[in-house]
Structure formats: structure tokens, C-alpha cells
Ligand binder design. Structure first.
Ligand SMILES: [Zn+2]
Length: 407
């Protein structure tokens, strides 16, 4: 049905208002009027429409500290309107129910057997979601599902091409993870699938350590090294959606062979395996093993200290190159890179000072994720909310719950 210009503007304004309270939480009508550039009666009418649709509610502010009649506060209905967020990580699977406004309302975790294909996670993830759904109030509105996958993701269809444990031969060509997950969940619409580092970058950019910055480098360390790069406020995806594979940036042409078939990739110097190999734990993996090395280094054990220093050195080396390329306002160290960066931040900074161009690093902040290990889940939920925020009334019809949990 064709939409009148007035109706198109109204829908756009509804989306802008809902997005504002989704990102900032409870907001007074006065602030909405100022921030959205609309008059008071328009804000009142838009709020009434969103309240009727069950997306926001209005009330008196908790405390004003000022005399006079306080401006009403508009809040997202976080416990009623929600999305499911899934994350397929190297050694675990996570599922969360995330309310409008970004709060994690419920979550489940399961182990992921090492070396398995992402497609092998579908049954487990669906079971985690169905278990949460049984504990979800019947009057809730499910707006969709988003998935963060460690590895490479093609944006057009969410096909996962390779993941850290597999070489090029491990390609799951034609396996559209989103479609398969959608079918297993009983959703009409397949979940949106994103690369874990991209999705975590989105979360930190939206409501975390990089909020307010338009140029951001989010680095995620696990078995491999991934990056979500935001340039000019937009995620750098590249032609096929595979951009940002900084873990395979060759930093040491004489270095070790990499799982990708090349040699001396960044992740062969700063990935978990490289750290653990350097303390004589060849073949070990996992966050707990990394934390044990970091703790040993902090206790003063020389072998662990040297291994952490080696990672800090190469971390600074790679970040300096990326800073010269992208001139970011913030670099965020996530996954196991969080602990490794914090263990020897002085050395990372020193490398950066020596190598990065002053003009590229002069306004740079080095940070760790505000959302911690939840960044991929919160970001996956943002994928799920995007359709609602683009057109709130179209998506919010409770009759369109698009979900049928099996009996
Ligand atoms: Zn490589």
C-alpha cells in the first residue's frame, strides 16, 4: 500500500524516538523535544502511539530535585519487548533474551565441542532458546533474533565460510546458518547473522566503550584474532562482507604457518595458541589457560612474563599499523586480548608511540569493553532490534509473534 509523505515522516519520527530511548534509557519529554528537534505536541503524539503499541510507557521521573511540574519520562518496555541473541564462540554457545533498551533478561550457556562446524551448533542453540521461551511471559513481543559467529560471515546470506579451527578446506559452502537456525527455532524470518567481532564492535559503539565515536577499531582475541572496524560511523564490510580479517594481516613473513595457509599472520604472534606455545603449553587453548599465563606473569614468573611481553610487542606493532590505516578515536581490546592488553598496557602504548604516525594517534583512546564478554550478545540483539527501530508499528503487532516453540 502506498504511504503518504506525512505517514512516512511519522514512521520515521516514531523510529527515531524509539531508537533514542532504546539507546539512552528513560528520557524526559523535554529532552526528547530538544534532541529530536520536534515540537512538544508531536513528541506527545508519537509517545502515545508507541505506548499504545506496548513499546514504551510513561511516568513521573524518580527524582527531579527541581521545583515545578516535572516533564514525563518515556521508558522502553524492556521486559515486554525483546529479541533473542545467540553467540557461537570457539568453545561455547550462548543464548540470551535481551529486552528493548539492551538489558539481558535471561541467558543460557552450553559447551561447544572443539573443532565442530557452526552448523553443528544449531540444535543446541535452538534448545537453549526454547528453554528460555518457556520462561517468557506470554504477553511479550518477540521482535527477532540475531547471531554472532566467530569466523567469517558473508553478509548477504549469513553463510559462514571458515572458522578458526578449519583451514580453507573447512569452508561450509552453501550452508546458510541463518536459514537453518530460523527453521530450528520456528521463526518465520531467519535470524540476522554477523561476524562476532563486527557484532561486538557494534555493541561497544552503540552503548559501550566506543559510544559517541565514529571511527573505532574493536579487536577480539580467541583462537584467532578478529576485528570490527567502524569508519565514518559505518562498519567496514568489504565487497563480500569478509573485511576486517586483521588476524591474517602478515606481520612476520618468516613467522609460523597459519591455519589460513599463509605464514606469519598476526594471530600466529598474538593469538591464544601463540601465547600458550611460548610458555611450553603447545596445543593448549581457551580463555582459562590464557588467564593462568597472565596471572603467572603478574606474579613475576619469567617465562610467563616473556610470553606476555611478546604478545604485547606484536599487539602494539599490529595496532600501530591499523591506527595508521584507519585513524580511529578508540581501540577496544576484547576477548582474551582484554587481559593480555591490561597485563602489559605500558608496552603496547610504547610500541604504538614509536610506530604510529602522531597525526593518526593524537586523539586515540585505548579501552577495554564496557560490556565485557556480553558485547557479542548485546550486539546480536541490536541486529534483532534493527527492524523494529526502522518501523516500530509495523513490527510490534503482538499477533506477529513469529515464534512457535515446539510443544
Ligand atoms: Zn592467516
Amino acid at each position: 500500500m502506498p504511504t503518504s509523505p506525512q505517514e512516512a515522516v511519522r514512521r520515521q519520527n516514531l523510529g527515531a524516538l524509539l531508537r533514542y530511548v532504546h539507546l539512552r534509557g528513560a528520557t524526559s519529554r523535554a529532552e526528547l523535544t530538544a534532541r529530536l528537534g520536534l515540537n512538544r505536541s508531536t513528541i506527545g503524539a508519537l509517545t502515545a502511539d508507541l505506548a499504545t503499541a506496548g513499546l514504551v510507557d510513561e511516568g513521573a521521573p524518580r527524582e527531579t530535585g527541581r521545583a515545578g511540574r516535572p516533564s514525563l519520562v518515556v521508558r522502553p518496555r524492556s521486559s515486554r519487548v525483546y529479541g533473542y541473541a545467540l553467540s557461537i564462540e570457539v568453545d561455547r554457545l550462548r543464548a540470551a533474551r535481551v529486552g528493548l533498551g539492551g538489558a539481558i533478561l535471561d541467558s543460557r550457556t552450553a559447551q561447544r565441542p572443539p573443532g565442530t562446524e557452526p552448523a553443528g551448533a544449531i540444535g543446541t542453540l535452538a534448545a537453549l532458546v526454547h528453554d528460555m521461551h518457556r520462561h517468557t511471559p506470554a504477553a511479550g513481543v518477540l521482535v527477532g533474533c540475531g547471531v554472532a559467529v566467530t569466523g567469517m560471515v558473508r553478509q548477504a546470506d549469513g553463510t559462514v565460510r571458515i572458522h578458526p579451527q578449519a583451514g580453507p578446506a573447512g569452508e561450509t559452502a552453501g550452508a546458510a546458518l541463518g536459514n537453518a537456525l530460523g527453521a530450528a527455532l520456528g521463526h518465520d524470518r531467519p535470524p540476522l547473522v554477523g561476524d562476532l567481532a563486527d557484532v561486538a564492535a557494534l555493541a561497544e559503539h552503540t552503548r559501550g566503550a566506543a559510544a559517541g565515536f565514529d571511527n573505532v577499531l574493536y579487536l577480539h582475541g580467541d583462537a584467532g584474532i578478529g576485528a570490527g572496524i567502524i569508519a565514518g560511523g559505518r562498519l567496514v564490510a568489504g565487497h563480500g562482507g569478509y573485511g576486517g580479517e586483521v588476524g591474517h594481516m602478515v606481520v612476520n613473513p618468516d613467522g609460523r604457518p597459519c591455519g589460513c595457509g599463509s605464514r606469519g599472520c598476526w594471530e600466529t604472534e598474538i593469538g591464544e595458541r601463540a601465547l600458550l606455545r611460548n610458555v611450553g603449553r603447545d596445543g593448549a587453548t581457551g580463555r582459562d589457560a590464557v588467564l593462568a599465563v597472565v596471572e603467572a606473569a603478574l606474579r613475576g614468573e619469567p617465562v610467563a612474563q616473556a610470553a606476555v611481553r611478546h604478545v604485547a610487542d606484536w599487539l602494539g606493532f599490529g595496532v600501530a599499523n591499523l591506527v595508521n590505516l584507519f585513524n580511529p578515536e578508540a581501540v577496544v581490546f576484547g576477548g582474551s586480548l582484554r587481559e593480555l592488553y591490561l597485563a602489559d598496557a605500558t608496552h603496547v602504548r610504547a610500541r604504538l608511540l614509536r610506530m604510529a604516525l602522531p597525526v593518526c594517534r593524537e586523539h586515540l583512546r585505548l579501552r577495554t569493553p564496557v560490556l565485557g564478554d556480553d558485547a557479542p550478545l548485546v550486539g546480536a540483539a541490536e541486529l534483532a532490534f534493527e527492524r523494529l527501530l526502522a518501523d516500530p508499528l509495523e513490527t510490534a503487532d503482538p499477533a506477529d509473534r513469529e515464534f512457535s516453540a515446539p510443544a
